[in-house]
Design a protein around this ligand. Structure first.
Ligand SMILES: NC(=O)c1ccc[n+]([C@@H]2O[C@H](COP(=O)([O-])OP(=O)(O)OC[C@H]3O[C@@H](n4cnc5c(N)ncnc54)[C@H](OP(=O)(O)O)[C@@H]3O)[C@@H](O)[C@H]2O)c1
Length: 247
């Protein structure tokens, strides 16, 4: 099995101020990856993240972007490329909202589809255009999306989010074929990640319904991320890491 050596590579990580995103940047920086960290509102957290990485000897830069604006997406990509060709694209930014159709707005539907499905396609398009030699024989660049087990086992009142994530899993498989053999495209579909549900009673009830009886530790997600980025033998995979919740 061939493996990508991550050291010296450059990754664009969206949603780097999120519960998962901040660990993505730290984990990749520890592997010697230069991290280009997109965020939206949390300036202080983004700056602290890049400062912490630099203090440990890594390379990281923060980019403020509102993905609801297509011009800002293009600008992010242009600015990010100043730090070298992007080898790894990780889309972790997302929006999670309950949208019972009777009560939700058209804008909510637009935003949920946009953040969870349209933006990863826009970014992958820019990524591919920036790496025209993607027809090379062996993987030299990687795309990793964050889906959700709601794509496979949708919940009531979350039709828009679940539809967007289901679309993202379909895009993962289709793009894997389109971009092979030079670029691999995989996704992780997490179950509920530790720390996401703050209400203790609700957390206990939810955990009781998961076969392995616990939420997903971020550390386990990071191990999967590194595996999917390093291996040159998988593409089009949507890996559920969920304690069996999807069963
Ligand atoms: N946490 C879970 O239990 C879980 C479970 C299954 C799937 N997932 C998926 O995993 C991914 C990461 O989850 P997470 O829990 O880390 O998410 P999160 O904590 O909600 O973070 C969302 C990220 O997206 C950014 N963002 C939000 N709106 C934006 C906009 N309009 N423009 C640009 N960026 C925007 C946020 O930036 P700011 O914070 O700077 O505003 C933040 O960095 C998501 O795709 C999510 O759907 C998560």
């Amino acid at each position: 099995m061939t493996r990508m050596d991550l050291r010296g590579k450059t990754a664009l990580i969206t949603g780097s101020t999120g519960k998962i995103g901040r660990f993505l940047a730290e984990t990749l920086a520890q592997e010697g990856v230069q991290c280009l960290c997109q965020y939206h509102r949390q300036d202080r957290l983004a700056n602290k993240l890049v400062q912490d990485i630099r203090r440990r000897g890594g390379r990281a830069f923060a980019f403020r972007t509102d993905f609801r604006d297509a011009a800002q997406i293009r600008r992010l990509f242009q600015e990010a490329q100043r730090y070298g060709p992007i080898d790894i694209l990780i889309h972790s930014a997302g929006l999670f909202e309950k949208t019972p159709l009777k009560n939700c707005t058209e804008q909510q539907i637009e935003d949920l589809i946009r953040l969870n499905l349209t933006v990863p396609l826009f970014l992958t398009r820019l990524f591919v255009k920036s790496r025209p030699s993607y027809g090379r024989k062996r993987p030299f660049a990687k795309v990793l999306f964050f889906a959700d087990i709601g794509a496979f086992r949708p919940w009531r009142d979350y039709s828009v989010y679940c539809a967007a994530k289901a679309g993202l899993t379909a895009a993962t498989r289709s793009l894997a074929k389109e971009l092979a053999p030079g670029i691999t495209v995989n996704a992780i579909a997490p179950g509920i990640v530790e720390g996401t549900i703050r209400n203790r009673k609700e957390a206990a009830e939810r955990q009781a319904r998961i076969p392995l009886g616990r939420f997903v530790p971020v550390k386990d997600l990071m191990e999967a991320v590194l595996f999917l980025l390093k291996t040159d033998s998988m593409t089009g995979e949507v890996l559920a890491i969920d304690g069996g919740a999807v069963l």
